[in-house]
Design a protein around this ligand. Structure first.
Ligand code: PLP
Length: 432
């Protein structure tokens, strides 16, 4: 499989090249040269396949022979060792729960598959790999948990001091081993600028290989297609799919799965008040805007990184994309009200992100009689107890995977913003 660069389509590389370059040389996004289509036999077997089996078959189409079948099997079985759960909420709607992984958010799918790929590639190389990540919260935990104990790979996570939740901070700072947390006395933008600063100026050929695990890495996008095959095989053809969207990776993956032959009727891109994509879908004009803080904070993105990829899946054609994807957005009041109402109506507890997707689906189904649909719930409500509990008037049970992060010893390196500071740290720690 060949991948090309969206900024400059003449830049072509294989799967490994696309994974390892990522954004590291400021090269922009990679896309597969074509969206691979599994054969008919795959689709007829699909309803009986478990997630790791789907991952192996679909994943192999994306990685080609750059990861041999036995290694791919191991990556998929280890990455997807937790359930995906579908629940029927009423006659017309179902929920796709993507939060049963180790950090209780759907980012586990992408992070764990990517970690498996990095580990495999590091066995093909004598040098250590140092993975740099800037996080505003959730990504850091998913990356830390996915890379913990992976041979040949060290992970350095930068996060803004005092700006992540206690649980999120514990997920980043209590693991130890090959995971180092750097607490930046600044903002998420400072963290991101430091990582970019290092990677764009990094001299390659040193003793270690520096790379990044940011959200637009293609190895995080591809595995997000797998659960849509799993879900749609179980909901039947002609289902509407609503996805809570921030950086628009998850819905791009859904669009890729759709294009590869999966029977989706329509996509709903649901978001919070950061509404640049719904506005684009309405008007054809894409205007990035400053980020606004909301209660669905993992979707607080004013300039979604995967937007160009989403458009590419629809051939960069506004007519096609606006016919296929409905955009909608909801402010905090609507989201809160819906969480309370849905709990009363069905007994189901939504987190703020799932609530956005649920609202998006509801809006679509209400205006399209006779349709049925499924929405993605991307985080466990226990990650947002402070918001959820007052709205439903009861406590939310914390899943076992999160309990251990309620305590633990925090270890972090404090650092002031500035690429030079990070550079010095990397020289002292890794000689690079
Ligand atoms: C990251 C995240 C999203 C947004 O996903 P994108 O792929 O960035 O659109 C939604 N919900 C939760 C809980 C997230 O962590």
């Amino acid at each position: 499989m060949e991948y090309y660069n969206l900024k400059d389509p003449r830049i072509r590389t294989g799967f490994r090249g696309a994974v390892e370059k990522g954004i590291s040389s400021n090269m922009g996004l990679f896309m597969p040269a074509r969206i691979p289509r599994p054969d008919e036999a795959f689709f007829s077997r699909l309803p009986g396949l478990a997630l790791p089996e789907i991952a192996m078959e679909v994943g192999q189409l994306y990685v080609g022979n750059e990861i041999p079948v036995p290694a791919m099997r191991q990556i998929c079985e280890e990455a997807f060792d937790f359930p995906v759960i579908i629940r029927q909420l009423d006659e017309r709607s179902q929920v796709l729960e993507l939060f049963h992984g180790p950090t209780a958010a759907f980012k586990d799918f992408g992070a764990r598959f990517m970690a498996g790929c990095f580990r495999y590639f590091s066995t093909q190389d004598d040098r250590r790999t140092v993975v740099l990540v800037a996080t505003s919260g959730d990504t850091g935990g998913a990356i830390a948990s996915s890379f913990l104990g992976v041979d040949g790979v060290d992970v350095v996570i930068l996060y803004p001091s005092g700006m992540v939740s206690r649980l999120q901070e514990n997920q980043i700072t209590t693991m130890g081993s090959n995971i180092t947390a750097i607490e930046i006395e600044g903002t998420f933008d400072d963290c991101q600028a430091m990582v970019k600063g290092i990677l764009s100026g990094a001299a390659t050929g040193g003793r270690v290989k520096l790379t990044s695990a940011n959200s637009i890495n293609i190895a995080r996008l591809i595995p997000q297609t797998f659960y849509y095959y799993y879900a749609l095989a179980r909901t039947g053809k002609g289902t509407v799919l609503s996805v809570p969207s921030g950086n628009f990776g998850n819905i791009t993956a859904a669009a890729m799965a759709w294009k590869s032959g999966l029977g989706i009727l329509h996509l709903v891109a649901a978001t919070n008040i950061n509404r640049v994509v719904p506005e684009y879908l309405d008007t054809g004009i894409f205007k990035p805007a400053p980020t606004v803080a909301t209660i669905a904070n993992a979707m607080d993105v004013g300039n979604p990184g995967n937007f160009d990829r989403l458009r590419r899946v629809f051939d960069d054609d506004y007519e096609t994309i606006s016919r296929s994807v409905a955009g909608c957005w909801f402010d905090d009041d609507r989201i809160s009200k819906h969480m309370g109402e849905e709990y009363l109506r069905t007994g189901y507890i939504l987190d703020p992100h799932g609530a956005v997707a649920s609202l998006g689906l509801k809006e679509y189904l209400d205006s399209h009689p006779g349709t049925t649909g499924i929405f993605a719930a991307t985080a466990h409500p226990a990650k947002f107890t402070g918001i959820v509990e007052p709205l439903i008037g009861r406590e939310v049970e914390v899943p076992d995977s999160l309990v251990k992060f309620l305590s633990g010893t925090k270890r972090s390196v404090k650092m002031r913003p500035g690429t030079e500071n990070l550079k010095q740290y990397l020289i002292d720690s890794y000689g690079c």
